[in-house]
Design a protein around this ligand. Structure first.
Ligand code: ADP
Length: 277
C-alpha cells in the first residue's frame, strides 16, 4: 500500500482556500502539487509490473484542512447542511485531479470514496470530530484488486447515527491493513525524509531515525511540529504505522518528492524510516 501525504500532493502552506463550490472548482488545480504528482505517477507506473497489487491512499491536505477548520467553527445547522457537503466535495475534487494525472500516466486507478466503505466506531477523546477506528467493508476494494489500483483518501466518514468524522489517510492505511490481512508493505510518502527525533522543519539538530522497532519504540520521543494537522500530523502517522507493525506488516516513511524514492520503497529497498514489528 502506498500513502501519498497531503503535504506532498497539495500545497499545504497555502494561506487561504476557497470555500464555495464554484471557486473550488475553478481553482482546485492551483492547490495541487502537479510537479510532485507527475513524478510520483511516473515512478508508480514504472514499478507496477513488479508489484503483486497496489492500493493508493492519499491525504486530504488543504482540501480537507481548510473546510474542516472553518466549518467546525460554524453553527450546527450550517455545519451539517452546508459545511460537511462542501468538505466532501472538496476532498472529492482533489481526488479527481489526482486520478486525472494517474490515468494520464496509464495507471489503472479506480477511486473508492472512504465515506462509502467505512463506518466510524470510535472518535478521538480530545478531538471528537476525528475518527480513530471504523468498521470497513472491504468487498469492493478486494474485487477491484483483480484488475485495478483502488485509490482511497482522507475523507469525512459517517458513524452509525449519520454524523461525520474526519478519517485521515493514515488511519485508513491501518484499517485497510487490518481488514485486508494480506498486505506485505506499507509506504508512507511525506514531505520530510522520514521520522526525526524532532520536527526537522523547526529543529535543525533533529536527526533521522532509521529504524523503529516495536520493542524500541519507547525510546523515541516524538514531539509534534508546531503546525498541526486536523488529523494530527506525524505523531498520528507513527501511531498508525506502529499499529500496522503490530499486525506483522513493515512500513517506511519516505520523502515522496525525492526522485527515485517511491520506486525504491515500493520494491522493498529501505528509504527513510523503517518501522518493523
Ligand atoms: P502528510 O500530510 O504528508 O501525511 P503531515 O503533514 O501530517 O504529513 O506530517 C508531516 C509533517 O510532520 C512534516 O512536514 C514535519 O514538519 C512534521 N513533523 C513533526 N514532527 C516530526 C518528526 N518528529 N519527524 C518528522 N516530521 C515531523
Amino acid at each position: 500500500m502506498l500513502k501519498l501525504g497531503g503535504s506532498v500532493v497539495t500545497h499545504k502552506g497555502a494561506r487561504s482556500f476557497p470555500l464555495n463550490p464554484n471557486e473550488m472548482w475553478n481553482n482546485a488545480t492551483s492547490f495541487i502539487n502537479i510537479k510532485a504528482i507527475k513524478k510520483i505517477s511516473s515512478e508508480i507506473k514504472e514499478c507496477l509490473p513488479d508489484l503483486g497489487y497496489l492500493i493508493i491512499v492519499h491525504g486530504a491536505g488543504v482540501f480537507g484542512h481548510f473546510p474542516v477548520s472553518r466549518f467546525l467553527k460554524s453553527d450546527a445547522n450550517h455545519q451539517v447542511l452546508v459545511g460537511w457537503p462542501l468538505t466532501l466535495y472538496s476532498v472529492g475534487l482533489e481526488n479527481l485531479i489526482l486520478q486525472n494525472h494517474m490515468l494520464g500516466e496509464g495507471i489503472p486507478v479506480v477511486s473508492v470514496p472512504p465515506r462509502s466503505l467505512f463506518t466510524v466506531t470510535v472518535r478521538d477523546a480530545d478531538r471528537p470530530w476525528v475518527g480513530v477506528d471504523a468498521s470497513f467493508d472491504c468487498t469492493i476494494v478486494r474485487r477491484l484488486l483483480k484488475h485495478y489500483i483502488p485509490v482511497l483518501f482522507g475523507d469525512l466518514v459517517f458513524d452509525q447515527k449519520g454524523d461525520p468524522a474526519v478519517l485521515s489517510g493514515d488511519t485508513i492505511l491501518y484499517l485497510c491493513a487490518r481488514e485486508l490481512k494480506d498486505v506485505n508493505l506499507v509506504v508512507a510518502g511525506t514531505d520530510v525524509q522520514g521520522i526525526f527525533t524532532d520536527d526537522p522543519k523547526q529543529n535543525p539538530n533533529a536527526h533521522l531515525i532509521k529504524k523503529v522497532t516495536l520493542s524500541g519504540q519507547g525510546e523515541i520521543s516524538l514531539k509534534e511540529g508546531s503546525y498541526r494537522d486536523v488529523d494530527g500530523g506525524m505523531s498520528r502517522k507513527l501511531k498508525e504505522l506502529t499499529s500496522i507493525a503490530k499486525l506483522g506488516i513493515p512500513s517506511m516513511v519516505i520523502d515522496a518528492s525525492k526522485e527515485g524514492n517511491i520506486s525504491k520503497a515500493l520494491r522493498g529497498e529501505q528509504v527513510g524510516t523503517l518501522i518493523v514489528p
